[in-house]
Design a protein around this ligand. Structure first.
Ligand code: 1SD
Ligand code: ZN
Length: 263
């Protein structure tokens, strides 16, 4: 991606393995979902969401961390129906640019979606916090939602309306609580499941991925707002650098399989 060649943002992805050996290793993410690697698994049940409906009296911190926009979630939110119980940590987005709205990390039969939401959870049955879990094989579970153009999405707007307050790196704003399940597709029963990695350095192979089959729609205006909202640089930087194309390219899948909950 273009983002990966920029120098003020994190170093280009081709250079990642030098400093972060895991990035050149196995079980890397994202990947392309194509029919040769998909296998139906009847044991894949819909996930169960606990505490996802957060009252508006609670607040989430939204921040620009220089490579994405990230919203910290409540430790009372968790998911069940995975091998362990996983507690929510944060969500963030990956996107393209205003000329080429192909910003998803995962692709389906080679096709990019406009953007991708990641809701990051850690294995709270085995580890005390995300830092301890991050580099463990059974440490993390990330839910991914593919985003495409459609009607205005009022639920995503609950985050997007705050973008103007986090234009620059390290800025923060408080967002009133809402039901985070609104950001997920209606069909929660159909998804791709595989063992992969963080898509940013240090690329630890610690993520049990759930990528929902059905994309969620946001409007053209909302996508443009995402693509033009932020900078990788701090507010006093004389050379502001737009935060665009912050997705990693798809990785080799070697001998792995992706399990799917649908036929
Ligand atoms: O890019 C994020 C990174 O910012 C961090 O949140 C990490 C987990 O701590 O996850 C990656 S990703 O694999 O969810 N893209
Ligand atoms: Zn991500």
């Amino acid at each position: 991606s273009k983002w990966s060649q920029l120098t003020a943002c994190p170093d280009g992805e081709k250079a990642w393995p030098k400093k972060y050996p895991f990035c050149g290793g196995v079980f890397q993410s994202p990947i392309d979902f194509h029919k040769d690697i998909l296998q139906y698994d009847s044991n894949l049940l819909p996930l169960e969401f606990i505490g996802y409906n957060v009252p508006s009296t609670d607040q989430f911190t939204l921040t620009n961390n220089g490579h994405s926009v990230k919203m910290y979630l409540s430790p009372t939110m968790c998911i069940r129906n995975l091998p362990f119980e996983y507690t929510a940590s944060q969500l963030h987005l990956h996107w393209g640019n205003r000329n080429k709205s192909e910003g998803s990390e995962h692709t389906v039969s080679g096709k990019h979606f406009a953007a991708e939401l990641h809701v990051v959870h850690y294995n709270s049955e085995k580890y005390p916090d995300i830092t301890a879990a991050m580099d463990k094989v059974d440490g993390l579970a990330v839910l991914a939602v593919l985003l495409e153009i459609g009607p205005f999405n009022p639920s995503y707007e609950k985050i997007f309306r705050h973008f103007r307050n986090v234009k620059y790196k390290d800025q923060m704003v408080q967002v009133p609580g809402f039901n985070i399940q609104e950001l997920l597709p209606d069909r929660l029963d159909e998804y791709y499941r595989y063992e992969g990695s963080l898509t940013t350095p240090p690329c630890y192979p610690s993520v049990l991925w759930t990528v929902f089959r059905h994309p969620v729609k946001i409007s053209q205006e909302q996508l443009l707002a995402l693509e033009t909202a932020m900078y990788c640089t701090e507010s006093d930087d004389p050379e502001p650098l737009e935060m665009v194309d912050n997705f990693r390219n798809v990785q080799e899948f070697h001998e792995r399989l992706v399990f799917i909950s649908f036929r």
